[in-house]
Write a protein that binds this ligand. Structure first.
Ligand SMILES: [Zn+2]
Length: 348
């Protein structure tokens, strides 16, 4: 953290009295004065779960990441728990998609089934449920779409427009289903207006007033999500998500989004992506007095792997540098596909 008082205390003193290199002379001294430290407890590992059994399908654009079936997922979660990772974020690939993304609210859907299996095997693992419809809808958008002949059709609105308020009801219902399955935290990611308040109210009505809401409050319409869409099999069938995700150019609006979600009752906030938005992360950290997570997204992960595979960058060094910079900018926790690697790197 940058301490504003430092500059006044040392004013007037400079070289040769001041020699910044004094404290850089040995690894022990450098460790002693290190301001930012990554620990396994900071990390949340995103995981993809799909139907079937004994599945471990590699995701080609995300080396080292897989789509798991529930049985192999449980084995993986046992392993990472033994490693010291305490939190996972689940994304589901349903067996069937439809216009409303019904499987998201099905108690026997892929994510509720996975949550129950993980909590039975590793009860202490924090299971965060990504709450959105884009993985479950046949059109790949994050909720109910305005279409003639379909429920909630509004002729005065454009066809294909994501309908905000009907989607809120659906998010509330699905969140209760995930909480019933044992989700420790619900993380709405669709950037709909009012999503946090709607989910909070639905959870409270159903007796889940102690289930926290971790809002993707600041989610930019980013090109860095490219590899994720392969991983979650969720590219939009038409248009893009700029109607609801944020313009990458807007920092002040990001703070407003964060503060609105706090007013609606968010317990934790997410800024996504991370590295291209460190200024936003710092600003949100300064203005929102709740734990802040940053999501190092699939494209950030894939870029580092691609460069390392070409011999252009050292993977460990650059991944650790990126993650440390994200924490230095103000993240209390980081959602990262490098979680397992980081624990291994910290231990050698
Ligand atoms: Zn979505």
């Amino acid at each position: 953290m940058i301490d504003q008082t430092t500059s006044t205390m040392t004013a007037g003193m400079a070289y040769p009295t001041v020699r910044m290199r004094r404290l850089r002379q040995s690894p022990a001294l450098r460790t002693l004065v290190r301001e930012t430290e990554l620990t396994p407890g900071d990390l949340i590992l995103p995981l993809f779960v799909r139907p079937g059994s004994r599945e471990k399908r590699p995701i080609s654009s995300m080396p080292g990441q897989f789509q798991w079936s529930v049985d192999t997922l449980v084995t993986e979660v046992r392993e990472i728990a033994a490693f010291g990772i305490r939190s996972v974020l689940l994304f589901g690939i349903p067996s069937e998609k439809d216009s409303h993304g019904s499987e998201n609210a099905d108690p026997d859907g892929i994510v509720p089934t996975a949550i129950r299996a993980i909590k039975a095997a590793v009860p202490e693992m924090i299971v965060i449920s990504d709450m959105c419809f884009c993985e479950y809808t046949d059109h790949g958008h994050c909720g109910i779409i305005n279409q003639p002949g379909r429920a909630h059709y509004r002729p005065e609105m454009a066809e294909g427009y994501l309908l905000n308020d009907p989607t809120l009801d659906a998010l509330g219902r699905a969140s209760v289903v995930h909480a019933e399955a044992g989700a420790d935290i619900i993380a709405p990611s669709g950037m709909l207006d009012g999503m946090v308040g709607a989910i909070r109210a639905a959870l409270d009505r159903a007796g889940y007033e102690l289930t926290p809401v971790m809002s993707y409050a600041v989610k930019f319409a980013s090109g860095f999500y490219g590899p994720f869409r392969d991983a979650a099999e969720s590219p939009p069938a038409f248009g893009d998500r700029s109607q609801y995700q944020m313009d990458p150019a807007n920092g002040r609006e990001a703070v407003r989004e964060a503060l609105l979600d706090l007013e609606e009752g968010a317990d934790l906030l997410i800024v996504k992506p991370a590295l291209p938005y460190l200024d936003v992360l710092r600003e949100v950290r300064g203005q929102a007095n709740v734990p802040i997570a940053a999501y190092q997204v699939s494209g950030e992960y894939a870029m580092l792997h691609a460069a390392a595979a070409n011999g252009w960058l050292d993977l460990e060094r650059c991944a650790m540098e990126s993650l440390t910079s994200i924490k230095r900018a103000g993240a209390d926790m980081i959602l990262t596909y490098f979680a397992k690697d980081v624990v291994r790197w910290l231990n050698h």
